[in-house]
Design a binder for this molecule. Structure first.
Ligand SMILES: Nc1nc2c(ncn2[C@@H]2O[C@H](COP(=O)(O)OP(=O)(O)OP(=O)(O)O)[C@@H](O)[C@H]2O)c(=O)[nH]1
Ligand SMILES: [Mg+2]
Length: 356
């Protein structure tokens, strides 16, 4: 029987990087691992990032796992039938919560799959600046922590021992067990794997959650997934183009006082990718993949989640592409489809409560 390991956690916390690292780790231990990704829209950079020959990958798009439970179940059954994986890592949308009641318990009730602990991947840098969050975002962020069976504090390579102690103190009131690791360096990953592959211990309490506040937090974000083409008369560095694009995004967000959830960009030619991310407007772009080094023609995808209006995120992406085009003497063309939107209020397919 396949065993589902669900991951939650705020936008940009490192869920996909963790899924990729855990999948590699599990495969190195000769386990077959599959992955299910999730987004409010199509054209997912995360799916490209976790794809690897021999690994079954499926997407649930058009809504979060809780609102698309039947699609999630179909995706899990699909990858289970395709490759009979021992483990299925399932990454939920970063603005979603209440997954114990809406996904984990319904999966346990429906049977046919084992279910592991609900892991909340935590970005410690975001946790340390929790006071700067809007009240709605903070509410959502805290619900994700309270909903989890295991708190996985990622990005420890960025933390001093003193900061690790501060993060641990801030999480002391959350009942779930906490572990620290880095999906990037692999430190602590073996322990995370061992805990993630245990069976879940059923909880006896329900998450206290106000769906109006949760909906308000989701609606604060504008969401844009867009495809584009990139052309240049001379050979350019794909990494430099991504860097110029994301630096311009950061500048515009700072000037307009928009908080960034996560802006990702990928430029690809065939299997070769250049991928970069921006998770804080005052941080530098992170270049996660640079297999595609040089190009004169490529296709790209941008996935942007920014606290602003949908038309503002469209303008932000267009202006930032123009800035990158000016800097590198390139031309881009946005392809049709994928307009910006604010996620609709969550309406879970199932909500299984201990209290009944
Ligand atoms: N320094 C450092 N950066 C990391 C680590 N894990 C992830 N990141 C970076 O954090 C950024 C976001 O990572 P993702 O894995 O895409 O985050 P996510 O939670 O899947 O994001 P969404 O799917 O948009 O919610 C990327 O630039 C990663 O390289 C880590 O352990 N250390
Ligand atoms: Mg992701």
């Amino acid at each position: 029987m396949s065993h589902v390991i669900p991951l939650t956690g705020f936008l940009g916390a490192g869920k996909t990087t963790t899924v990729r690292a855990l999948a590699h780790y599990g495969e190195s231990k000769r386990h077959r691992v599959a992955v299910v990704t999730n987004d409010q829209d199509g054209d997912l950079i995360d799916t490209l990032v976790v794809a690897r020959s021999g690994r079954a990958v499926a997407e649930v798009t058009g809504g979060c796992f809780c609102c698309r439970y039947d699609d999630l179940r179909a995706a899990l059954d699909h990858v289970a039938a395709q490759s009979a994986p021992r483990y299925i890592l399932a990454e939920s949308v970063g603005s979603c919560t209440d997954l114990t009641a809406t996904v984990v318990r319904p999966l346990e009730r429906d049977g046919g799959l084992g279910v592991g602990p609900l892991i909340a991947v935590v970005d410690p840098i975001r946790l340390l600046s929790i006071e700067a969050m809007s009240p709605s975002t903070r509410y959502l962020f805290e619900r994700q922590l309270l909903d989890a069976d295991l708190l996985a504090v990622n990005k420890c390579d960025l933390l001093s021992p003193a900061s690790i102690a501060t993060v641990a103190e801030r999480l002391a009131d959350v009942p779930a067990r906490t572990i620290f690791y880095s999906a990037r360096t692999g430190a602590g990953l073996a322990e995370l794997w061992n805990l993630a592959t245990e069976s879940r211990v059923a909880r006896t309490t329900d998450l206290e959650i106000d769906y109006d506040e949760y909906a308000a937090a989701e609606a604060e974000l504008a969401w844009l997934n867009r495809r584009f083409t990139l052309h240049s008369a001379k050979v350019i560095s794909a990494r430099d183009w991504n860097d110029a694009f994301l630096r311009s995004v950061a500048e515009h967000c700072t000037a307009s006082d928009f908080e960034i959830g996560h802006v990702k960009v990928v430029v690809r030619r065939g299997e070769l990718l250049a991928k970069a991310s921006l998770t804080h407007r005052d941080g530098a772009p992170q270049h996660d993949r640079t297999d595609l080094r040089h190009a004169t023609a490529a296709v790209g995808i941008v996935n942007a989640r920014v606290a602003c209006e949908p038309d503002e995120v469209e303008a932000l992406v267009e202006r930032s592409m123009e800035a990158a085009n000016r800097a590198l003497d390139t031309q881009t063309q946005l392809l049709p489809g994928g307009g910006a939107f604010a996620p609709a209020a969550p309406q879970p397919t199932h909500r299984v409560l201990v209290a009944g």
